[in-house]
Design a protein around this ligand. Sequence first.
Ligand SMILES: *Cc1c(COP(=O)(O)O)cnc(C)c1O
Length: 231
Amino acid sequence: MIGDNLRKVEENISAACDKSGRAREDVTLIAVSKTKPVEMLREAYDLGCRDFGENKVQELIEKYDRMPGDVRWHMIGHLQRNKVKYIVDKVYMIHSVDSLRLAEEISKEAVKKNVTVSVLVEVNVAGEESKFGTTAEETVSLVENIAKLPNIVVKGLMTIAPYVEDSEENRLYFAKLKQIYVDIIHKNIDNICMEELSMGMTGDYEVAIEEGATCIRVGTGIFGERQYTAV
Ligand SMILES: *Cc1c(COP(=O)(O)O)cnc(C)c1O
């Protein structure tokens, strides 16, 4: 099943790249494996996936220990400051930095462990009340402030677009995130290398690619529906 799903997703990525004149290599497919067993991650790994996304610290650490060392782990979920220390030396990138306090904690722990952590600033472009993320207006100043901290590098921006029936409805939000990204590049801030736009999920990754996504985060489209067991 995962093989067929991955082939389908790959076809769609290629089509979206062709449509928008982009190169396939410019888009990283992150397999969002939250709630899924390690056996399924191994299957995806054997089919070529190296980028995996998780949204819980505990789950990421457990899977980290059981998966090959060349996996690039992406922390895509809301991160509590007291848990930063468990993952700073394990993650390839943290997509969900939405406050200076969180960035300060990441910086502090990164200094202790003598690593440099790549992060994305999460922007709530649609201004949804239920979502984490900085406001569009605050993004530039947050990026500027994070840039002053040691051992943390802002690599770009991330957004979780609203859940919609028609993915076209999210096009404006993806375009807006891209615009903020371009504005920041033009400011030439030291210690920032804006190169990643993490946007697009199973329902809307093709539109996101057309609007410039460099990372798409696909869970259901690869691993199937998630079952959440009530605790
Ligand atoms: C779960 C999740 C995804 C993947 O969602 P799908 O709709 O299953 O592709 C992407 N990004 C974030 C931040 C998530 O939490």
